[in-house]
Design a protein around this ligand. Structure first.
Ligand code: C2O
Length: 570
């Protein structure tokens, strides 16, 4: 196995990783197409030992119900130091320790508090820890710079999956997939442990930016203090002292078009937006799907990854809010630079909290797929040991030894959107020319109108009372280096799109992308998003309809290629 400056390839591929799964080649509704390259990827992920006769065994049903590859192992990942970037994580394979074999640190739990409510003493601790981290030499794996590099490497296309046995390589990125939630939890866990260690406080918890409560919707003021180590000059200056717009309305400074300058309305819309993100039908909608078949650099054929609502929602909005993607020098607005801004970690502490709330308060579940649970990464801990940690190690924050101190109620839980009062609700596009040929190009100012068939089993009316939850699935191809946002509306008449916002049932949600510039070249990215329909159709009283009228509105971005849109059972 080679180990050269800039990357390390570890030699061991665990034998059992190729045998424990089998792929279901059909799902409820359709035969899943097995792309030859999916098959190759599935095979090569587990090394040379697998031959074409093992195809059936080497595949696995992934979060999207389709066939995906094996768990990611640190062994299969290779980091490329390109475009002036130096890869972090040059550990010696023999030194890796398993997280599960480490003794539980003493003095737990770590307590994560709402950042806007910290007392001066806690702010002092937080600042001192970050100050010390920033003062460490660059090549210390605990240094702030190296920590930020980890995110850049995993998020800006520096990693490739390089199958030990040869075969196609894929660019690997933890976003737009079900690896988003666990990977960031791992990353934060070690980051937080290093901070606590640097100030000798094992109870130190990473404060969270509590954007899901009205009092927490501005960036916490400590981060805006120029003399603080929490400060970053590369932020959108108009927005550091403004109430966040989680819906990222066009041109909004601190107001929405439908909100004018009214903060009450803006706060309200933020809560509706959070409701849509958090109250989902199934775990796979929350987490997203495929994480392995990211992108092929040899053969050109790609696969759609599926983004989860946890990532796509307020998380992306907070990135875009503080970093205008059109201004190249604002850290949060691009995933390659985002982790250079200390607010990044508090944004993710809240994302992590939202995941915890989804499990503990909303009765959400995990993905049952073994390739998800067994996926592992290696991070340096506070003792500078490379630690291997798996997704199954991080499902329970109690077991990890930290907790969230809640600041109050969760005001978004009751914010179920309501039908718009001022539009004709049903059969919105009657008489409108609808498009049905894919791919179609979505441009600003030119909405696409679609009429989609529903599936019999999810319609109300006859048959069994338990209806299968359905989603509108939209597959897109976008430029990974560009900011994109489009909204999806249901049964809204042509020309009335502007009358509908996140407060309305007709507003199924938005798809957003935070740009990921920097690493290995990728010209396009193929992603899907699942918009839940059940509650919305109930509220619009069109649960029995055979067809739905869908309007896609590009809010930001040059253009988006819509590869397909369909209604599926979740
Ligand atoms: Cu890895 Cu908020 O992104």
């Amino acid at each position: 196995m080679s180990s050269s400056p800039g990357f390390v390839v570890l030699p061991t591929i665990s034998e059992n990783s190729r045998l424990h799964l089998s792929c279901k080649a059909t799902s409820d509704d359709k035969v899943v197409r097995l792309d030859r390259r999916d098959v190759l990827l599935g095979l090569t992920a587990v090394g040379a030992a697998v031959t074409t006769s093992n195809i059936g065994l080497a595949m696995a049903a992934d979060a999207g119900g389709q066939c995906a590859a094996m768990p990611i192992k640190a062994e299969d990942l290779q980091c490329a130091s390109v475009n002036g970037f130096q890869c972090p994580g040059l550990y010696n394979p023999q030194d890796i320790v398993d997280f599960s074999s480490l003794p539980r640190p003493k003095g737990l739990p770590r307590v994560r508090k709402a950042a806007h409510l910290l007392d001066a003493a806690y702010v002092g601790k937080f600042e001192e820890a970050v100050r010390r981290m920033k003062a460490l030499p660059h090549d210390d794996p605990r240094s702030f710079k190296r920590q930020a590099d980890i995110h850049e490497a995993y998020c800006a296309n520096h990693y490739k999956v390089v199958p030990a046995g040869g075969g196609p390589k894929t660019v690997f990125d933890v976003h737009h997939s079900s690896i988003f939630a666990p990977w960031h939890r791992m990353y934060l866990y070690f980051f937080e442990g290093i901070l606590g260690d640097l100030i000798g406080d094992p109870t130190f918890g990473l404060p969270y930016w509590n954007w899901d409560t009205p009092e927490g919707m501005m960036m916490p003021s400590k981060f805006a203090n120029e003399s603080s180590p929490l400060y970053d000059a590369k932020r959108n200056p108009r927005r550091v002292r403004a109430v966040i717009d989680l819906n990222l309305s066009p041109g909004s400074k601190d107001g929405l078009p439908t909100c004018t300058d009214d903060h009450v309305c803006l706060i309200d819309n933020n809560l509706y937006t959070l409701y849509r993100q958090m109250i989902v039908e199934t775990p796979k909608q929350f987490y997203g799907g495929k994480f392995y078949n990211v992108e092929l650099d040899d053969e050109g054929k790609q696969n759609h990854k599926v983004t989860g609502s946890l990532e796509n929602g307020a998380h992306n909005s907070a990135h875009i809010w503080l970093g205008d993607p059109c201004q190249k020098n604002q850290d949060m607005g691009d995933l390659s630079t985002a982790a250079r801004d200390p607010i990044f970690y508090s944004n993710h502490s809240n994302v992590d909290r939202m995941w915890h709330i989804y499990i503990t308060k909303l009765g959400g579940g995990f993905l049952p797929y073994k390739e998800w649970l067994d996926t592992s990464f290696v991070f340096y801990d506070a003792q500078k040991r490379p630690v291997r940690i798996t997704v199954s190690d991080v499902l329970d924050v109690g077991k990890l030894g930290y907790m969230f101190e809640e600041s109050g109620k969760l005001p978004w839980i009751g914010k179920r959107p309501k039908p718009a009062a001022n539009i004709q609700r049903h059969h919105g596009l009657k008489g409108t020319q609808t498009n049905s040929s894919y791919p179609m190009t979505l441009k600003k100012g030119e909405p696409q109108y679609l009429r989609l068939e529903r599936l019999e089993k999810s319609r109300a009316g006859g048959g069994s009372s338990k209806k299968a939850p359905e989603a509108l699935v939209v597959d897109v191809t976008i430029d990974p280096c560009k900011y994109v946002k489009f909204d999806v509306l249901v049964n809204v008449p042509k020309g009335q799109e502007k009358k509908v916002g996140p407060q309305n049932s007709e507003f199924a949600g938005s798809f957003t992308q935070v740009p990921h510039g920097g690493g290995l070249e990728m010209k396009t990215r193929m992603v899907s998003y699942q918009f839940a329909l059940r509650e919305l159709l109930e509220d619009l009283k069109c649960g029995k309809d055979n067809q739905l009228d869908i309007t896609l509105v590009l809010v930001e971005g040059d253009k988006v290629l819509i590869d397909d849109a369909r209604i599926e059972v979740l």
